[in-house]
Design a protein. Structure first.
Length: 576
């Protein structure tokens, strides 16, 4: 199969012979499939590999885009293929026709799996090929989410027992959270932690907040940037839950006076997830915050990040320059690391030496040397960057410019023939320029080396299952036309939507987030302003004359496409 699949990928122009050789070597050394290796190196997308496999097996290709990867809800397919089986085997039922069950598979070469489905369903099987990420996404939406947490907490409160155990286990470093099935207090706390994590993952939570007040316990999940209350555990169980998390994170369970940070990894539903732990002493007891980093949901494709076509073109043109500075700005948690890693994945090539200096390393990228900053031993951004210059790099990613020393090291690297990408915390893209000058960069050097500045924010995407159309105020439409650089004649083609809330989006009205950007290539007019006056107002006017969209203008593009709401853009962006 691997040989024939490789021929299809090469013949279609998806892979070069050199890329094929690297992917085959990696697949052989790491005991993985050729398709997974090709996707890991960024040589092709999951969809391209899945389409090639469909051609290889002479099977139909299913995807959300072609409308086939949409299960028929009225046929009660979940009774034929349970959720646990679907997740473990990467299969999703689609429809029943002429006593045949159509299923989407990731691995059509697994004849044993197809036989199992045939026996389980009691019907013939018509296989389709689909990508792994799309199958998992459809499983999430088709089977829905159970309120595991409420089930455990309510049963524990009612019976004083250990609660119920879920069908699926969370694996932690070779073990799992359901270590003790007996009705003991230890088992009860294990299952409470288990339920909190499972419920959070099923609801696409980025952060879990658990804290105790005078008379009550608060448990909140941050979903798509907003906090929502969830059924809290009892006050008596808080100390034991925090101790359990501390043990998993290898923290000191006896230390309750000082803040502590740690992490642990879990495997759940065929996904590898890192959980970062922060414990902080508060007035009524320790507050626990868990950051969930789902490595299965990181989007490494620049086409799916949210760039407008002209913005993507400008960013990639700058990223392919032989030297210069690129800065991406935005608040913490706005997706800057995801964007920069996606750009690196896109421009990555064996002919260049790529190195990154991060704190922490969130995404492991094949073919790129990644270094974790460790200030406690002297490995700071500035010290690491100085070391990088002796490693013959071509492209350098610096996680964040936090001080004058790091800023000067970045400038020196750019002036000596390297491409440097980094991030800053400023309110907008052009605000990075005065910030860098304040950090000690000379204006005449910055003007000659700065290639691009960009800013980004994350906006919530409307749930496609429950959003409803409406007509906004005419003043809002006029504002959209002006700030989004639209032709007024196109207004009649627009449909505006507002959020409602349904079980699929856990009642929030939104399902996921998408980035909005402002991307400014530094032209000669702006270079002269940087060199002479550093006037921020003049820079903004110059960029506006060039036709570049600011954050709000890019946001209005998402509204007009029906992806988000007017209120979301007004809340996230500011008038300039």
């Amino acid at each position: 199969m691997a040989k024939e699949l490789s021929e299809i990928l090469v013949e279609s122009g998806t892979l070069t012979q050199e890329q094929l050789k690297r992917a085959e070597q990696y697949a052989h050394q790491n005991n993985t499939s050729l398709g997974d290796a090709v996707v890991l190196f960024g040589f092709a997308t999951e969809e391209q590999v899945a389409a090639a496999q469909a051609k290889h097996f002479s099977l139909p290709y299913a995807s959300k885009e072609n409308g086939i990867l949409i299960p028929e809800r009225e046929q009660e397919l979940q009774k034929l293929i349970p959720e646990k089986f679907a997740r473990e085997n990467l299969v999703v039922p689609l429809f029943i026709e002429d006593n045949e069950l159509a299923v989407a598979l990731y691995d059509a070469s697994n004849l044993f799996l197809i036989d199992n489905i045939r026996m389980m369903a009691g019907k013939g099987v018509q296989p389709f090929i689909a990508s792994k990420s799309q199958i998992l996404s459809v499983i999430d939406s088709f089977y829905g989410t159970k309120n595991l947490l409420e089930e455990v907490v309510n049963e524990t409160n009612a019976k004083g027992g250990a609660g119920v155990a879920s069908d699926e286990d969370i694996q932690i470093e070779g073990g799992n959270l359901d270590l003790d099935k007996a009705a003991s207090s230890t088992s009860q706390n294990i299952k409470l932690v288990n339920a909190i994590l499972k419920q959070a993952i099923s609801e696409r939570t980025s952060d879990i907040h658990l804290e105790m007040f005078d008379e009550r316990v608060s448990l909140r999940f941050r979903i798509d940037g907003s906090l929502y209350e969830r059924t809290p555990p009892t006050k008596d169980s808080i100390a034991a839950i925090i101790s359990r998390i501390k043990i998993l994170s290898k923290l000191d369970i006896a230390e309750k006076r000082l803040p502590q940070d740690g992490s642990f990894g879990i495997k759940y539903q065929n996904r590898t997830i890192e959980v970062r732990v922060s414990v902080c002493p508060a007035v009524y007891g320790e507050k626990l915050v868990l950051r969930i980093l789902d490595k299965g949901t990181g989007e490494m494709n620049v086409d799916k990040l949210g760039f407008e076509p002209e913005q993507k073109k400008a960013f990639l043109e700058a990223a392919n320059l032989p030297h210069g500075l690129i800065f991406l700005t935005g608040p913490t948690g706005s997706g800057k690391s995801t964007t920069l890693n996606a750009v690196l994945t896109t421009i990555r090539t064996p002919e260049l030496n790529f190195m990154t200096l991060e704190d922490p390393v969130e995404y492991k990228l094949a073919g790129i040397s990644q270094v974790q900053v460790k200030p406690q031993i002297g490995l700071t951004f500035a010290a690491g960057l100085r070391s990088f210059l002796r490693q013959d790099p071509d492209v350098i990613l610096v996680g964040e410019v936090r001080d004058n020393e790091t800023a000067e090291a970045c400038l020196k690297a750019a002036l000596t023939g390297h491409l440097v990408l980094s991030t800053l915390h400023t309110n907008d893209a052009l605000g990075a320029i005065p910030r860098l000058i304040d950090m000690g960069m000379e204006p005449f050097l910055l003007s000659s080396s700065l290639a691009l500045v960009a800013a980004q924010r994350l906006v919530r995407v409307l749930c496609p299952y429950c959003k409803v159309p409406y007509q906004p105020d005419p003043a809002i439409i006029a504002k959209i036309i002006t700030e989004g650089h639209f032709n007024p004649k196109d207004v009649h083609t627009w449909t505006f939507y507002k959020s409602v809330g349904c079980p699929k989006c856990v009642g929030t009205g939104f399902l996921g987030r998408r980035a909005i950007y402002e991307v400014y290539r530094i032209n000669e007019e702006v270079r002269n302003i940087i060199y002479k006056t550093q006037d921020l107002v003049e820079m903004r006017k110059a960029m506006d004359r060039s036709g570049s969209l600011n954050l709000r203008g890019n946001g209005w593009r998402k509204v007009v496409k029906g992806l988000t709401t007017v209120e979301e853009i007004l809340n996230i962006t500011t008038d300039e």
